[in-house]
Ligand binder design. Sequence first.
Ligand SMILES: Cc1cc2nc3c(=O)[nH]c(=O)nc-3n(C[C@H](O)[C@H](O)[C@H](O)COP(=O)(O)OP(=O)(O)OC[C@H]3O[C@@H](n4cnc5c(N)ncnc54)[C@H](O)[C@@H]3O)c2cc1C
Ligand code: SF4
Length: 487
Amino acid sequence: MSHGKDTDAADFVVVGSGAGGAPAALALAQAGRDVIVLEEGPEVREQDRGQGAAESLLRLFRDNGTQVAMGRSVIPVLQGRCVGGTTVVNGAIVWRLPEDAYERAFGSIGAKDAIPLAALEERMDRIERDLSVAPAPERLLGGNGSLMKRGSEKLGWEGHAIRRNVLDCQGSGRCMEACPTKRKQSMEVTYLPRAVALGARIRADHEVRTIDMSASRAVGVTGVRGDGSPFRVAARLGVILAASAIQSPCILRRSGIGPREHVGSHFRLHPGTAVAGVYRDPVRLWEGATQSYEVDEFRRDGFKMEVVGLPVELAGVRLPGMGDAFQRAIADYPNMAVWGVQVRAEAEGTVSPASGRADLRYTPERADMETMRRGVRRLAEMHFAAGAVRVYPGVHGGPDVLESPDDLGKMDDLPLDPRCWSLISSHVFSTCRMAADERAGVVDFNGAVHGTRGLWVLDASALPTNLGVNPQHTIMALSSLLTERIA
Ligand SMILES: Cc1cc2nc3c(=O)[nH]c(=O)nc-3n(C[C@H](O)[C@H](O)[C@H](O)COP(=O)(O)OP(=O)(O)OC[C@H]3O[C@@H](n4cnc5c(N)ncnc54)[C@H](O)[C@@H]3O)c2cc1C
Ligand code: SF4
């Protein structure tokens, strides 16, 4: 097949510049390989940083923040789309892969010899040094984090200041708008510039549409620039796909590559929701680290709780009522603490390419909704333990507001129909999942696509399942480890 004139060539082409792509680009550059990183999204300019939720969604998020998974309900699925990927807009939480999650993900597929936990931990140690990872200090907990700390301590639940990849954080609560002062050590200010200093070339506004194959070997990629012009980049040694768990399977499907029954299947999420509590004294959600404190008492039961420093325009979504009733509720914003729960859901959905955007299909299972219900019950309980005067559960068909701990029992009857819930997800997994052979998954234990040569998937899609903890650290460590072998 003719692709017209090559515009560029490199030893390796890396598609995507986020948690999977950037460490891969750096490891290749460090090994002396010639690398081109192709990123669909734009550069993050100074004027794009800290511009508020709406501007950030419009400029830095996929589909301007409107991507959704359709099923029994409609679930927003947030992803970054810019140089640095979702790391630019994420909450800076860095979670080391716990042993039980490692066993569930890699042990269950027989990959422990190929991907030993110790090898991942070695990369995690290095990443933590590189990205200045440390627990949020007391002064950055903000009202939101301090109250969660107080509530969890009163209840005797395991909680911690969150470990974050930030250097000298100013506590402006704007991590999801791209850190205004570049304190967050996301990929566009760390691994990507380091890779460039070693010779890697980064091309923003380059959307890869298909992988070019010669026999079963990946020899380049074809795509379209932001201005609509086509391009092709030849890969002398191989292509590393790291376009995320939504886009990587779409590129494979469009290219007709990989075991068809698995590419884009097994789509796993951490669906979540949030519960707002109103306090007598000001909480000031806009002060402190965006995500400063977490409670992992219930992680092994399938859910994890974190503070979420939401701006007023997003916090409003949690509140009931319209007109005067809504005005009264939103007037409480300065005194509001907002805490989220993320569920390690068992449901699997699908991702497939559609015109203009990906088609995501997903419905949580009943057991997932039962876990969600337990999670919001615990959040409400913790709000009251921390001194909340009222709590907004935010579930249609349940009580609009809880006035005291005596109302907590009402949470046990919350409906389980996902349509009654404001669910959201920012963690996506497993659409090109790793497996020993192509009867069970898309990539092997080296991240190589079964049945191909010179083609690897090194992002969240390669993870065998969802982790139950914040994923960026595991994605970066796995990508680093496997790329070192490839290089
Ligand atoms: C709001 C939010 C907060 C989060 N907070 C945290 C947190 O605190 N801690 C944590 O661990 N995780 C967090 N996450 C999740 C975490 O950031 C992601 O799991 C991780 O970045 C995924 O890595 P990835 O490499 O798979 O994809 P991404 O980081 O999304 O990178 C993929 C890149 O590929 C690009 N791309 C896609 N298609 C193409 C194409 N066709 N051609 C070229 N480029 C393409 C995309 O534009 C994107 O830049 C958060 C996510 C969100 C949305
Ligand atoms: S909270 Fe810290 S890391 Fe986040 S945007 Fe503000 S200064 Fe940057």
